[in-house]
Each structure stands twice: as C-alpha cells, then as structure tokens.
Design a protein around this ligand. Structure first.
Ligand SMILES: Cc1cc2nc3c(=O)[nH]c(=O)nc-3n(C[C@H](O)[C@H](O)[C@H](O)COP(=O)(O)OP(=O)(O)OC[C@H]3O[C@@H](n4cnc5c(N)ncnc54)[C@H](O)[C@@H]3O)c2cc1C
Length: 424
C-alpha cells in the first residue's frame, strides 16, 4: 500500500499561516503573566482569525463545524500548535475540550448535542474529563465511583483525581460504575455532570505544571461527588458503554499529544542549536565540541523518528481506523514522551544555569513534559500492551530456531545429495 505524507499546496499554505500566528501572535502572550480570564479575552480576536482561515476545531467532522481533515493533516497542524501551550486554545482544539467534543459527537443524543456539544464547539462552555481515581488510573477496571439509578436520576458518589480544568469547567464527563455485577468493560458508563450540581466539591492540586495554581490554560483538581443527582438523559452513549467510548476518545488524542510534543521538541532544539553557535568556551564554539555535536545529531534523528512514527500511526488511523493502529498509538505514547524529555534535557544542559532559570522557557517546558509519561496512561501500561502484541507472534523453541549446530544438521540433510555430488 502506498504511504504518502505529502501535503497539498492549499493545506501547506494554511500550515504556514498557523506557524506565523503561533510565533508572532501567541508566543508574546506566553510572557504577559495572564490569568486564564485575561488570556481568554486576548485570545478572542485571534480565534476569529483562525475561524476565518478554516482551521477552527479542525479535529471535528464538517457537520460539527470542523474541517474533516483526517489524522495526518491534523497531526501536521498539532506539530505547529504544540510549540506553545496556549496555541491549541486559540485554534479551538485544546485538551480536554477537543477530546470531550469528539466523545459527545460520537455518542450524543440530538438533545445532548444542542445542550452540550454546540456551545462547547462555539467556545461558550468548557468541559472536564473526570476519569482517574488516585492509585488506579493505570487500571480503570478498579474504579469505584458509583452511579446508582433512582427513578429518573443517577445518584453519583465517588472521588476523581487530576481532573483537568474541573473547577473552571461548566460540565464534567464522569466515568462511573453503573453495574458492579458484570465485568467493568460492560459495567461502567459516562455521565454528563454540570459542574454546579449540588454535591460536587473540588480541591485544586498544585503540581509540576501549575505550581502556583494560576496557569492561564490548565489547572487540575481532585473532585468529590457526594449524592450528586443527575437526570438519566445525561447518560452519554449506552449504559455500560464507557470503555468503548474511552478508547475511541484516546486513540486520535494520543496522535495529537505526540505531534504537539514534536512541536515542543523543535522549539527546544532551535534553542539548543542557537546556543551552540553562540557561546564559546575553552577556546572554541560549543557547536565545535563533539559532545554538543552529538546532542544535535541525536536530537535531530530522534525528533524525526518520533515524527515519522506518529505520522505513520495517524496515516493508519485514516486508512483503517483507530483499532488497527493500536500498537503504533501505544508506541508513540512512550517513545514520543522519551524523545521530548531527552531533547529538553539537552537544551537545558547547553544553557547551564540560564536553562535551569525561569529566564528561559525551558524549565517550564521540562516540568510539563514530565507529565507526558503519565497522562493518558503511564508508559508502562503502553509498553506492556506493545510487548504483548509483539510476543503474540512467537512460540517457545528449544533448541533456538537459529541454533547453528541444529541448522547445520538440517542443512546437511536438505542438501545431502548435492553435497555428495560435489564431494563434501
Ligand atoms: C498533567 C496531568 C493531567 C491529567 N489530566 C487528567 C484528566 O483530565 N482527567 C483524568 O481523568 N485524569 C487525568 N490525569 C490522570 C492520568 O490519566 C493518570 O495519572 C494516569 O492514567 C496514571 O494513573 P495514576 O496516576 O493513578 O497512576 P497509578 O495507577 O497509581 O500507577 C502508578 C505507577 O505504577 C506503575 N504501573 C502501573 N501499571 C503498570 C504496569 N502494568 N506495569 C508496570 N508498572 C505499572 C507506573 O509506573 C505508574 O506510573 C492527568 C494526569 C496528569 C499528570
């Protein structure tokens, strides 16, 4: 099958435009010390420009107000947007709203589309994805948050953790056990829970990303649901269908994450190279030191390899759907996160104490990058999944299949008459 990542001229021009917006309009917003309200205000005119240029909410199909570009084209856009944390918001594809919109679009009733999806896409509502329970995030089968049906309501009890933007959102999509008597794959459901429903309390979590809890874009909360009463019409999809929906949400989302990491890598790589050609120590430019050249060469190759692996996963999703690309999607999750970490680490190293200081963006990029190995499932879970798929094609063999004495005996038998003919 042909494998083609070429980009048509019209879309390439849109990507060039997006790159310019990110560098000229969004990079300056990063350093103004904006809180999230001020950031949202300053982003508004830029969002209008993005809409006029046909790049708003590009992850969605045309009937939902998106562009229906497919994962490869989207990946190329996310690579550009990833350079700045703030850019996805300006382009209407920020986490967790973009994934939530995809999820609602997949499963919503017509009434849910009107009430939740349309205002979410218009940027009038904000959402949170409330799934993880502390200590069991990597094994959702152990979740205990319960939604019990009582008449026309579900009554929700439980505690979720690290819910992105929970306290800044208008609604949470909550994953809860609705039937504890069947396998969790069939016993969990998703509910749309308005954030102002009585019984919800939230505790902001200071962490490596939002140390001061005032990040303009992302904060994270612990959320406790106590006897939270939700109308049954807020069930998203089928009762018991949460796992299937969650997988559909996470597959393409990992492509977007991984391509955004490439964007972060490129920005860090540019800083690394600029420093290498600028500073001289011990009688020569850093760029002339072999150790620095090794960082440059290894970073360039690693970024390119991660990019191609991600685009291949995106291409496979476009061709045959998310489930056929499961191995590639899992690979880019941990491989991309390592590349991001290593490139940032080298960039900080070459700047020395300046790189460690908040006078350069690298220290914040580095702190944030650490989360890449955790969110959407820790690396280990993805590695286990890839290893299982890889090992499935192998059977035990003693002696080993490649054992040379055994192969020699078999080869002598196979070629016995020819060997005899030539006197061996
Ligand atoms: C910045 C950030 C944003 C997040 N946003 C959200 C959000 O919006 N909504 C939401 O619901 N959640 C969110 N999360 C939570 C995230 O999805 C979880 O942290 C993740 O799934 C891991 O779950 P856990 O933290 O409970 O880890 P645990 O389940 O406690 O696992 C801890 C460690 O155990 C090890 N481990 C686990 N499984 C295996 C295995 N099979 N083999 C070997 N080792 C293993 C790994 O080292 C793992 O890191 C976010 C997390 C971060 C850091």
């Amino acid at each position: 099958m042909a494998w083609d990542f070429s980009t048509d001229a019209e879309y390439a021009a849109k990507l060039d435009w997006a790159r310019q917006v990110v560098q000229d309009e969004i990079y300056p917003l990063e350093v103004l010390g904006l809180d999230h309200r001020a950031f949202r205000e300053l982003a508004k005119p830029l969002q209008e420009k993005v809409k006029a240029n046909g790049l708003w909410a590009a992850h969605l199909d045309p009937q939902l107000g998106g562009q229906g570009y497919g994962q490869v084209k989207l990946g190329l856009l996310h690579e550009i947007l990833g350079a700045s944390d703030l850019a996805p918001y300006v382009f209407g594809c920020q986490a967790p709203d973009s994934g939530n919109a995809e999820l609602i679009a997949l499963a919503a009733t017509p009434a849910q589309r009107t009430t939740w999806l349309e205002p979410l896409l218009a940027g009038e509502l904000y959402s949170a994805y409330s799934m993880t329970e502390q200590g069991t995030g990597s094994d959702p089968k152990q979740f205990t948050t319960r939604a019990v049906r009582e008449g026309d309501s579900y009554v929700l009890n439980g505690q979720k953790w690290f819910v992105g933007n929970a306290s800044r959102s208008d609604f949470h999509i909550v994953m809860a056990v609705t039937n504890p008597d069947v396998h969790p794959y069939e016993g969990m459901s998703m509910l749309i829970v308005p954030t102002n429903t009585p019984g919800i309390t939230m505790r902001p979590l200071a962490n490596m990303h939002d140390v001061a809890l005032d990040d303009p874009l992302y904060i994270h909360d612990e959320v406790t649901y106590t006897d939270v009463r939700i109308p049954v019409e807020n069930l998203l999809g089928n009762e018991g269908g949460a796992f299937v929906l969650a997988q559909k949400r996470l597959g393409p989302g990992r492509i977007h994450h991984s391509m955004r990491w490439i964007g972060q890598c490129r920005r860090a790589f540019d800083m690394l190279c600029e420093r290498a050609v600028t500073i001289s120590v011990h009688g020569g430019r850093l760029a002339e030191k072999q150790m620095v050249q090794q960082w440059v060469a290894e970073s360039a190759a690693a970024i390119e390899a991660a990019r191609l692996l991600t685009l291949q996963a995106a291409w496979k999703i476009d061709q045959t759907g998310s489930s056929s690309a499961r191995v590639e999607i899992a690979m880019i999750k941990y491989h991309g996160a390592y590349v991001l970490h290593d490139v940032l680490d080298r960039a900080i190293q070459i700047y020395g104490s300046l790189g460690y200081s908040a006078d350069m963006p690298l220290e914040a990029m580095y702190r944030w990058s650490r989360a890449a190995r955790l969110y959407d499932g820790p690396d280990e879970v993805h590695k286990v999944s890839v290893a299982k798929q890889m090992l499935r094609g192998y059977s035990p063999a003693l002696p080993p299949t490649e054992h040379i004495p055994t192969r020699q005996a078999a080869a002598r038998e196979k070629y016995a008459s020819e060997l005899k003919r030539i006197g061996l």
